[in-house]
Design a protein around this ligand. Sequence first.
Ligand code: SAM
Ligand code: MG
Length: 301
Amino acid sequence: MFSRSLYQLQKVSRSSRLYRHDSSISSKHAVLAAFQSLLHNRPYAATPQPTVSVSSLNQTELAKFAAIADSWWDVEGPFKPLHVMNPTRLAFLRSTLCRYFGKDPFSAKPFEGLKFVDVGCGGGILSEPLARMGASVTGIDAVEKNIKIAQLHADLDPAASSIEYRCTTAENLVEEQMEFDAVIASEVIEHVADPAEFCKSLSALTVSNGATVISTINRSMRAYATAIVAAEYILHWLPKGTHEWSSFLTPEELVLTLQRASISVEEMAGFAFDPLTGQWSLTDDIGVNFIAFGTKKKSIV
Ligand SMILES: C[S@@+](CC[C@H](N)C(=O)[O-])C[C@H]1O[C@@H](n2cnc3c(N)ncnc32)[C@H](O)[C@@H]1O
Ligand SMILES: [Mg+2]
């Protein structure tokens, strides 16, 4: 019910601005720069040749998380939306990953025997339940304070204390030649310096025939109205300035970016918030918050 065929997504992508042809773009780097400038709504300059960033770090974004790191486990604090969204994203992860890896979704530890990395894990809100579901979890974050808080919290629960937390980046783990059955980056890609390079790192960390899962916010007018204006300025769920609308990716852009990084998106779902119950649920509507499940097939390059 929640799946969308890649064919449908590609059809949408073909009509999107990512496919516009510019004859002044000749080299691979220039194409990448043009692609990035389109993603960020920044003007594209053909010369001089840009240096391709190898770091996913955006220091301004990291400072925002460092400033509120003490509140990761305050369920009424600035990370409340992540706490409330947790059961819904876990339902998607349980269903897609169990189906893909041939695991029983109804067992107590459905992810037993699987190695996951939670990239941009923050205080470990997602890493902990994944570990309790049996996965061998590595949680990484670029902010040292986040990792310290994640470690302290995980130490309170023997079922979560197996998580290996490290203050590092996806690209550093690639250099260490680490690989995982599933690479998960939830609510992170909208905060990185270079989404295309970030996706390449996530792909490199994914074992051949493994899975990559990304959740983020759509660059839609509805997302501007709800995820920024309502959540930050009216309801004060998040500190003002948490999100930059221009840093969001549309689902079509995410699919294309992952495809260029050898990850084929096979399933997508939206998250819908019900203001009456205060709960999130999975939906076909990917207009605001959405999550994509992809796989790394040997044949795609
Ligand atoms: C919105 S939080 C999401 C936390 C966690 N994934 C969750 O959903 O509960 C984004 C996190 O990504 C981290 N982050 C941002 N850019 C990063 C990067 N380039 N590499 C690693 N972590 C990064 C931030 O420090 C922050 O903890
Ligand atoms: Mg975010």
